[in-house]
Design a protein around this ligand. Structure first.
Ligand SMILES: [Zn+2]
Length: 160
């Protein structure tokens, strides 16, 4: 199932995944110490603040699929202007094959729209030090970013 927003099914799958890979406290899933899944949806991958260590699984057209070496959660990363210097990683709740199929369908165009939509959806949930970086990006990009130019970065219609 494709989803932008965590559903009960997604959460259940993540809990199962966490159950195998992470420790549990009082029956609740503990966030990964590296990528903070399953609670995290978005990471700012520029700036000097702490960032998760992620391994590149697939490289696409200005978009990559990364994996957390601790919990195996997948992250979709794409850099934004200026100079493609402002990468963000969005949690990818499907598998690597689905990512590759979606990428190859239109050379990543749908994935890139989905990514931009997700940045616009989740950026307010970021911690303060990452919000500072987002503010810097918004200033540097003169509004050409998924937050300030939603008409440029259309919401993707991820196929079901
Ligand atoms: Zn992780």
């Amino acid at each position: 199932m494709w989803c932008l927003q965590p559903t009960r099914a997604c959460d259940a799958a993540l809990v199962r995944q966490s159950n195998k890979l992470c420790r549990f406290t009082k029956g609740a899933a503990v966030n990964c110490t590296n990528c903070q899944a399953p609670e995290r949806h978005l990471w700012v991958l520029f700036g000097l603040q702490r960032q998760p260590e992620l391994v590149t699984l697939r490289d696409g057209n200005y978009v990559s699929l990364l994996s957390c070496p601790i919990c195996n959660t997948l992250w979709c990363s794409s850099p934004y202007e200026p100079y493609l210097s402002f990468p963000y990683a969005v949690c990818w709740r499907n598998d690597a094959l689905a990512w590759q199929h979606l990428h190859d369908r239109d050379k990543g165009a749908t994935l890139l729209r989905w990514h931009a939509f997700a940045v616009g959806k989740y950026w307010r949930q970021l911690p303060a030090n990452e919000l500072e970086q987002v503010a810097w990006h918004r200033k540097r990009s003169y509004g050409h970013n998924p937050i300030d130019a939603p008409s440029t970065f259309h919401a993707a219609d991820i196929p079901v």
